[in-house]
Write a protein that binds this ligand. Structure first.
Ligand code: GLN
Length: 533
């Protein structure tokens, strides 16, 4: 195999059909057949990356090894494929324009009028091919964000059209994800919206090769042939995608529908091997046949939108399967927790996770939740702001520094036990300037973390500006909270624990980002195990 093949995934009719999951499932099947596949996402918004977006706007911001702040779909890609993504896997309109405008200022187009076509489309095409040109992948799947027909996605569809033309027959293709609504009153599935969305693609010069049809009811043979005829695709290229109980069933459903075979035929590729999905099926079996069940509280302030904590939720599913345990996660809004109601709010939970976050809203509720679990010996897992909060709570209520805080929340606290990192003090820009991506951490032998990982040298991904303030280390350690993980290069505290507690671990990094179906994250696995005891 010497030539990279390109698959584009577009969406029609509505948003939220799950393009990311379909792309990840297709990639999983191609990977299981022996191909090296990767997925990239092109988002039509003008932010240079989603790092500056509020989670309410766009869900979680997913961070890659190389420190890119990206769309949460990249999390699905990694969880399904067990392969790292990078900066190149997520491109936005803002980034494309930024590059073109920088080039223009440097004089790269001297004498020319800089236009959407060809300058913007050329830059999009260049980025569509970057991963293919590394030689590391046989197949690159590109998910085009948004819905066909949107003004913002026009340059992407045009770039895709050109790239398909340039690559030639058999080297590229389009999978169009669409919705087949069911009209209850008529008792019928309706194909018209799909016909229209394919028509909008055709107006832009793109003929989809495969239709993946989201539907609540089975597609009859009649509906399938109607879709094939009017959307101009082959009969076997109309794929049914029914609603399923978990996203992890989608690859198997797509296998059953032969999505991978249709794709391989179109790309003139042989099945190198029959797909080996043994481990995947075993994982699903464990999800379906738990031997026990626990209740975990996720304390955070973005709880109205479950997508805000996507990776944490998925990490719980992976760790649950690994413990053969059903993990029931309940969101508890930190803004509404106080000293009076905390016992009631956290009653009956086997473990409590305090979530990452930014800014002061809901912080006092997080501190109350932590005080409660610390005093009642309930397993505690704090991530990023959750870890920082555990330090503040301990400093206030155990060490006795009643006004202790993070300088993020209170710039004039007399005891900034969490303070701005030295490297952050001169920074004024907000975008892409946090401590981002993978850093080393050395773990103390015998700690909860060392037991969980089974080793003492790890790397984990970061996204923060504030850190544990070493000036308070001696006092805090003397009172019983230990720094059990540190970055060997900078000395920054990475993990705090209370060894006397049943399981009390706070981490400055984001372990949830590295949990995959194949490699459930050790800290989540250990937290669930502790909650099970
Ligand atoms: N707001 C905190 C900081 O910047 C924590 C960030 C987070 O939870 N990701 O340090």
């Amino acid at each position: 195999m010497n030539r990279t093949k390109y698959i584009f995934v577009t969406g029609g009719v509505t948003s939220s059909l799950g393009k990311g999951i379909i792309a990840a499932s297709l990639a999983k099947l191609l990977q299981a057949r022996g191909y090296r596949a990767t997925i990239q996402k092109f988002d039509p918004y003008i932010n240079v990356d989603p790092g500056t977006l509020n989670p309410y706007e766009h869900g979680e911001c997913y961070v890659t090894e190389d420190g890119a702040e990206t769309d949460l779909d990249l999390g699905h890609y990694e969880r399904f494929l067990n392969v790292f993504t990078s900066q190149a896997n997520n491109v936005t309109t803002g980034r494309v324009y930024q590059t073109v405008i920088q080039n223009e200022r440097k004089g790269a187009y001297l004498g020319k009028t800089v236009q959407v076509i060809p300058h913007i489309t050329d830059e999009i095409k260049r980025r569509m091919k970057i991963l293919g040109e590394t030689g590391e992948y046989d197949i690159v799947i590109t998910e085009i964000g948004g819905t066909v027909g949107d003004i913002e996605s026009l340059p992407y569809v045009e770039s895709m059209r050109q790239l398909i033309w340039e690559e030639g027959e058999g080297n590229s293709m389009v999978v169009h994800l669409t919705l087949i609504p069911y009209l209850k009153a008529a008792g019928e599935l309706k194909t018209k919206p799909t016909q229209h969305s394919v028509k909008s693609l055709l107006e832009l010069g793109v003929q989809p090769d495969v239709l993946v049809c989201r539907t609540e009811h089975p597609l009859t043979a009649e509906i399938k042939s109607k879709l094939a005829l009017f959307c101009n695709v082959q009969g076997n290229a109309v794929i049914e995608a029914r609603d399923l109980s978990t996203i992890y069933e989608v690859p198997l459903a797509m296998l059953k529908e032969k999505l991978d075979k249709v794709v391989l035929t179109k790309l003139k590729l042989k099945s190198i091997t029959e797909p080996d999905l043994t481990q995947w099926k075993e994982f699903l079996f464990r999800i379906d046949h738990p031997k026990s069940s626990i209740k975990v509280a996720l304390v955070g302030k973005y709880v109205e939108l479950p997508d805000a904590y996507k990776s944490i939720n998925e990490a719980f599913i992976h760790a649950g399967a690994s413990n053969e345990c059903e993990v029931n996660v309940t969101y508890v809004h930190s803004e509404y927790i106080d000293a009076e109601n905390v016992a009631k709010k956290l009653e009956g939970f086997d473990g409590v996770l305090v979530a990452p976050g930014f800014g002061p809203r809901g912080i006092e509720g997080k501190l109350e939740a932590i005080r409660y679990v610390r005093e009642n010996n309930i397993p505690f897992f704090g991530i990023c702001l959750g870890m920082q909060s555990s330090v503040i709570e301990f400093a206030r209520n155990v060490v006795g520094l009643t006004d202790a805080h993070s300088s993020e929340m209170n710039g004039s606290t007399p005891h900034p036990v969490i303070d701005l990192m030295e490297a952050q003090k001169e920074i004024t820009d907000k975008g892409g300037t946090m401590r981002l991506g993978s850093y080393d951490c050395a773990i103390e032998k015998g700690s909860f973390a060392a037991k969980a990982y089974g080793k003492t040298k790890i790397t984990e991904r970061h996204r923060h500006r504030y850190e544990f303030n070493d000036a308070y280390k001696a006092q805090i350690e003397a009172a019983g909270m230990k720094i059990t993980g540190t970055n060997p290069q900078t000395g920054l505290a990475e993990i705090v624990e209370i060894p006397e507690h049943k399981w009390f671990v706070g981490v400055q990094f984001h372990p949830e980002l590295k949990s995959t179906v194949e490699n459930p994250h050790p800290l989540f696995v250990a937290f669930i195990a502790a909650a099970l005891k």
